[in-house]
Design a protein around this ligand. Structure first.
Ligand code: MSP
Length: 529
């Protein structure tokens, strides 16, 4: 395991408000970042907004505001959402900030002087009213603009191009030598077959048909076309090319920092092909991993604001609390595969994992400790029974699997194994039947059971802390866990370190949701325009 960790989300387009799809990616990154910090790994977590381009310029025009005013408002909403979702990003980069634009101009100059970029002509189908170029596939056989449906014509525009084939051999070598560069592995084949094998075109990196972008110093009628501008955020945010390069040295240049970009399948090729090539041109090291996550749809349909089928995560948070939403996103969708959001799945997942498993274990255990021992968690007193031993080995196995999964970015597996552990603890209650032990006055055995259960709850809560940020504090308070035993290393490797603390009775942490009522409520959210 490397000693430091740098994790990034894509920077989102502020062309519309954030929806649950954006929240998915950001939550996943947040959980991984919090996990690393919990393990004592110096971590930097970056997110932000990608604010240039023709689309944003047009939207601003439609609204009668300047592009800057337009993006300011939406970037603020993104920031508010991340706050509401308890996202622990260390920085929020906006591509309209000076610290970014100036360096992007320098990057362009470096690559141009390095003979990686040349001035050529961009050819395509042009729609005059929309001032947009389209590809063959976009205009179809009828040659109509996909936006306004008017006829398009062939046209060409002077543009700068990046020489992709110059760096292709080096990229292929890097991919071969680093088999985990693109994750999941299936995504690598997809990249090879769809984009690399058919032959790569040089990449157009400038435009003259609109001006909402970073101007090319050497030729100011051009703005840098959005991907070169956008991808550079991962290094400009660290201070690359600025007066203060401390963070850049620490989290990029140091080979002992693991650099991970998490991106949706829609933009993987830019991260896996072009971004490494730009970095090669700049003579910088490449990221360790590009993890491609699947896309989330809503009731089987692609989410889109214009169809009115987006869910704003804040509406869910207001009703169910932030942990519930974070949990659903991280747990329901296997990280790396496509997934869907449906009201039914949401309610089922929350009831199954949080209400019936985790929450129920907390309620049962705290009630029993209060009933049998006045709320004080007893010590292990009797020799360990078969069942106690089984819980001990389950804890050891869970901790191991949790760590290896999380370190390998297998987030869903990491969280699922903690749920299995909690299931095991619920089963342990049925196996040891504490009510019988109490009735038969087998107090020492009863003490063991209560001690094992309280400890399992605390140990699992620590492993769940990166995902369930608010509940963690509540559980620690309810079980009065001393500060040093809330620490990962101090807790999870020992069996039952916690005794003598006073447990209190609290209202259920995760009340069971009524399926019919909640499905109706959630369904009404996506119909709201
Ligand atoms: N601005 C570019 C990215 C530049 S990165 C240098 C962009 N922005 S975007 O707003 O369209 O956001 C793309 C990312 O948001 C996706 O790659 C994905 O991570 C996330 N998602 C957007 N919609 C999503 C779903 N429906 N489901 C899951 N993730 C989604 O592309």
């Amino acid at each position: 395991m490397k000693k430091k960790f740098y994790i990034t989300t894509p920077i989102y387009y502020p062309s519309a408000e954030a929806h649950i799809g954006h929240a998915y990616c950001t939550t996943v990154c947040d959980i991984l970042a919090r996990y690393k910090r919990m393990r004592g790994v110096p971590t930097y977590f970056l997110t932000g907004t990608d604010e240039h381009g023709e689309k944003i310029q047009k939207k601003a025009q439609e609204k009668g505001v300047t592009p800057q005013q337009y993006v300011d408002e939406i970037a603020d909403k993104f920031k508010q959402l991340w706050k509401a979702m308890r996202i622990s990003n260390d920085d929020f980069i906006r591509t309209t900030e000076d610290r970014h634009t100036k360096v992007v101009q320098d990057i362009f100059t470096t690559l141009y002087n390095n003979d990686d970029i040349y001035l050529g002509k961009y050819e395509g189908w042009y729609c005059t009213p929309c001032e947009s170029f389209w590809t063959d596939t976009q205009v179809g056989e009828e040659h109509l603009c996909p936006d306004c449906h008017r006829p398009v014509h062939r046209a060409s525009e002077e543009s700068y191009f990046f020489k992709t084939n110059k760096y292709l051999p080096q990229l292929l070598e890097y991919m071969d030598q680093n088999p985990k560069f693109i994750l999941p592995l299936s995504r690598k084949n997809e990249m090879m077959n769809t984009f690399i094998k058919p032959g790569l075109n040089d990449l157009c990196v400038s435009r003259t048909s609109f001006d909402w972008g970073v101007q090319i110093r050497e030729n100011p009628k051009h703005v840098i076309y959005v991907w070169m501008d956008a991808l550079s955020n991962y290094i400009t945010a660290l201070g690359y090319g600025s007066d203060n390069q401390e963070k850049f040295k620490k989290f990029w240049e140091d080979p002992d920092c693991e650099i991970v970009h998490i991106v949706g399948a829609d933009i993987s090729r830019f991260h896996v092909i072009y971004w490494p090539m730009f970095l090669m041109g700049l003579n910088l090291r490449l990221p360790d991993r590009v993890f491609v996550h699947g896309l989330l749809d809503l009731n089987g349909e692609k989410m889109s604001k214009s169809r009115g089928n987006v869910i704003n995560p804040v509406d869910l948070i207001n009703r169910y609390g932030v942990d519930t939403v974070r949990w659903y996103l991280a747990r329901e969708m296997t990280f790396g595969s496509d997934g869907k959001f449906t009201p039914e799945l949401f309610v089922e997942r929350i009831n199954m994992d949080l209400a019936n498993n985790y929450g129920n274990l907390i309620n049962r255990t705290s009630s029993m400790i209060i009933k049998y021992f006045g709320g004080v968690v007893p010590e292990l007193t009797a020799p360990l029974s078969e069942f106690d031993k089984k819980m001990k080995s389950l804890q050891d196995a869970t901790v191991k699997l949790y760590e290896s999964s999380m370190d390998d970015l297998k987030l869903t597996e990491g969280l699922a194994c903690v749920m299995e552990y909690l299931n095991g603890a619920n089963k342990y209650i049925e196996e040891t039947t504490p009510w019988v032990l109490a009735k038969e006055n087998r107090i020492d055995e009863l003490k063991n059971v209560m001690c094992v259960l309280a400890n399992a709850i605390v140990c699992a809560s620590i492993m769940l802390k990166p995902a369930l940020v608010e509940s963690f504090d509540k559980v620690m308070k309810q079980f009065n866990v001393p500060e040093q035993l809330q620490n990962y290393e101090n807790n999870v490797y020992s069996f039952c370190p916690l005794s003598g603390v006073q447990v209190t009775k609290e209202s259920p942490l995760f009340p069971r949701l009524d399926k019919a009522i909640e499905v109706e409520f959630i369904s009404s959210l996506s119909n709201k325009k």
